[in-house]
Write a protein that binds this ligand. Structure first.
Ligand code: FES
Length: 185
């Protein structure tokens, strides 16, 4: 075997394998696909990516490969969607992912200060997860609530407005308490 053949063999062994999903998850994908005409099932890609994230916590290369086959899209087209929207996690996060909006209108009303405050409070840098695995902190794009700045989003779903330091303290304490009681939301 030539050096080139050896290299290409090794490269191939590093390629992800399509993920496998339970019958229940497959049924959820199918329900999303059924909302669109037969020849437009790729329109369900965002919903299917969200389902993967709800099930696995993040979207792996194998998940993207599965969806590309399932939705008749190229792997790159799926990856373009998963990397365009910052609500998709491409690696594991803490139990609570907090996105603080740092776009300009929020910047003008304390958005960066809110992010800095949470970094200090949680003792992590932006993009990091706390050692106990509870919190991941990220900057966020405009959440359509500029008048409520500073705003943040918990786990891509729960919007928190007018986040003063006191309200952020309450939020973090409340989430810690919720986690300690064995519930996530
Ligand atoms: S700029 Fe922050 S919500 Fe719009």
């Amino acid at each position: 075997m030539s050096a080139i053949e050896k290299t290409s063999f090794n490269m191939k062994s590093l390629e992800p394998k399509p993920s496998e999903f339970t019958t229940e998850v497959l049924a959820r994908f199918a329900r999303e696909v059924a909302k669109y005409p037969n020849d437009q099932k790729q329109s369900a890609v965002m919903a299917c990516l969200s389902i993967v994230q709800q099930v696995n916590g993040f979207i792996s290369p194998g998940d993207e490969l599965f969806l590309s086959g399932y939705l008749d899209m190229s792997p790159m087209a799926v990856h373009e969607v998963s990397t365009f929207y910052n609500m998709y996690n491409l690696e594991p996060t803490g139990t609570y992912k907090i996105n603080v909006c740092t776009n300009l209108p929020c910047q003008l009303r304390g958005g960066q200060n809110a992010l800095d405050y949470l970094c200090k409070k949680l003792n992590i840098q932006v993009g990091e997860t706390t050692k106990d695995g509870l919190f991941t902190l990220q900057p966020g794009e405009c959440m359509g609530a500029c008048a409520d700045a500073p705003v943040l989003l918990v786990n891509d779903r729960n919007m928190c407005s007018f986040m003063s330091t006191e309200k952020m303290d309450q939020l973090i304490d409340g989430l810690k308490e919720t986690a300690a009681n064995g519930s996530q939301s």
